[in-house]
Ligand binder design. Sequence first.
Ligand SMILES: Nc1ncnc2c1ncn2[C@@H]1O[C@H](COP(=O)(O)OP(=O)(O)OP(=O)(O)O)[C@@H](O)[C@H]1O
Length: 264
Amino acid sequence: MKAPHSPPLLDFANLTVMRGDKKVIDSLSLTVDAGEHLAILGPNGAGKSSLIRTITREYYPLAEEDRRFRILGQEVWDVSGLRSMLGIVSSDLQSVFSREITGREVVLSGFFASVGLYHHAVTAAMEERADEVLGFLEVEHLGNRPMTEMSTGEARRFLIGRALVHDPQALVLDEPTTGLDLHALHHFRSVLRKIACSGTGVIMVTHHLHDIIPEIARVVMMKDGRVYGDGPKEEVLTDEVIGGLFDVPVHIREEGGWYYATGY
Ligand SMILES: Nc1ncnc2c1ncn2[C@@H]1O[C@H](COP(=O)(O)OP(=O)(O)OP(=O)(O)O)[C@@H](O)[C@H]1O
């Protein structure tokens, strides 16, 4: 949980990121408190993945004078320092890990930011933490199975485990439900809710309203590299706002804390 007076987890102002001659992030300002859960919602090409890549230092924001790019109050984090603050499950991670590595090795590789284990010195404390994470995610029984022999949903749980080994302040998930069937989706949601309730912040990038677990109270909407809207989900998940975000007539329905879009 957030300590009193602790700096925001993310504190960005006037962030602009160029790819070629396109502004993939355009003067974006966003503040996220430690322990806060939010969804970043937007259509294809809105700049959501570019924002995640900026946070992970794959993309660099322009050094404009009025720019603020702080993580936990500090302007510059080296990538290894960043890893213990934010556990990132990017959308391309699953393909990177489609090889003969066991689930447990995937989780342990989180300590080294590697793809599998080679000559890495795994300590007893790391083994212990990996077992704790596997238990928390309820995947101990799959720990020795190679990733190539797992379903998409099973493999994704190990990638989440890899991101959790450092006990980060927040878990950042980019399109985490892509390719999951109803059963896997059900399991994924319950794991994510458990993570959110454990005090780890959940920041989820998605296209889908039904990915927004009840614990997520805030929705930041992105369109054309900018923040299109930001607020409590009850206020922003409306026919009008979501229709404008995706440029489509839509009807939003709430049921038991979950939101659904129909009629598009
Ligand atoms: N290297 C690049 N050069 C030019 N344009 C780029 C480059 N990389 C990304 N873009 C463009 O930047 C925009 C934002 O892309 P990004 O992948 O961040 O969007 P997104 O919201 O994650 O989309 P999706 O939901 O489809 O994953 C897109 O219009 C994309 O075509």
